[in-house]
Design a protein around this ligand. Sequence first.
Ligand code: ZN
Length: 456
Amino acid sequence: MKTPLLAALALLLTALPAHALPAAGVQAEAREMFAKIVSYPSVAGTPAVGQLTDYLAGEFRKAGFAPADIEIVNADGHPGLIVTLRGKSKKPPILFLSHMDVVDAKREQWTSDPYTLTERDGALYGRGTVDNKYGLLTQAQAFIRLKREGFVPDRDLILAFSGDEEVDGISARALAQRLKGAAYALNSDAGGGSHGKDGSTSYAIQAGEKTYASFELTTRNPGGHSSRPRPDNAVYELARVLTRLETYRFPAHWNPVIVQGLQAQLPSLQGPMKEAVSAFIAAPSQQTADAIAAIDPAAFPELRTTCVATMLRGGIVENALANDATATVNCRILPGETVAETRATLARVAADEKLEIKPLGNPLESPLSDLPLEVRAALAKQLPPGTRITPYIEAGATDGLYFRSAGVPTVGVGPLIETEGGNYNYHGIDERVPLSEFNAGLDHYYRLAKALAGGK
Ligand SMILES: [Zn+2]
């Protein structure tokens, strides 16, 4: 029934700013579920990850998801959870990614128990409150709310929660294989907003990640007694190789995403670095990129691949020539460059024909994701007016890597808008999220899901 009052109320509701706070009921329910999620000490490889998975599966059942749409995956002992909100069409689905595991926390180092959500000084303390249980909560809640409302998306929406992101990513690899063919994925474990001290708001979308690859570099020698040194020597040869690698700088590579990312960081830079980065943005070239590295070689790792020696071993006794010497070199490879190319560069720079180079593990390559334009448009609508949205490439690694390499474009669009200079202590002691930011982000995925899958 439409009365003038209801019509006026409806008008008022639709006129609410898009960034209004979620309803009090949503906040209270989220807070309760968050306390529960944080209470599981879900360190990868421990039973608590499975218990958290079971708890979440139970919440989805309670909300009305059919048992067939809730699947617990077991990837070599690491649990993952797939929950499907069925859509009207067979269009490729949209994925929502979070991880359920946390890095461990020692009670004695914390002010309060890391696995008891504790409100103090306007913030919620607990392990995982920012990495990544807030993302997990907001995605889970979005699905639960949509299900209860009877929302039917224009295509399937799928939650994919992994159980060992902080260690090996075995469950994410399995999830990515299961869900490849999806239109794209929204990862809660990267990207997000920032309220600047000048009152502006910016939002960064993670569009790519460096690949992680390690190599063992080994020199060998027939050896012998140390009283009779030979002209060739495994230890000295390896030392020379490492010295050459130390001074080598990989060429810079860039694309519009990287240049836009630097542009977004410009306001926070000062002095010569600000000048060098401005010059690069105005005219990107190897020369302008090298000018940045000359000021600070550690600045802007998104501009180039880096490799660094991290471990060393050789010889077995003090009075014998070493039969072999081995260094471990860890490389962070730019999206678009391959592991094979990086290995070839190491071999060329090492300039030692007999050097053996062996890749460790099973390194993955990850392309740069094409930013789905509809995601950008949906974000622009729901973020505070005037928010500057920029994509970036991260030096770290999240589950997004596995989905990108399985062919699913993946963007990190975290739910939090943090305060510039705020202290959240990701992975650290007294990890926390300010209560106001906690509440402000609760509708993030709920709104994104509706905007991207046909709702109003
Ligand atoms: Zn994380």
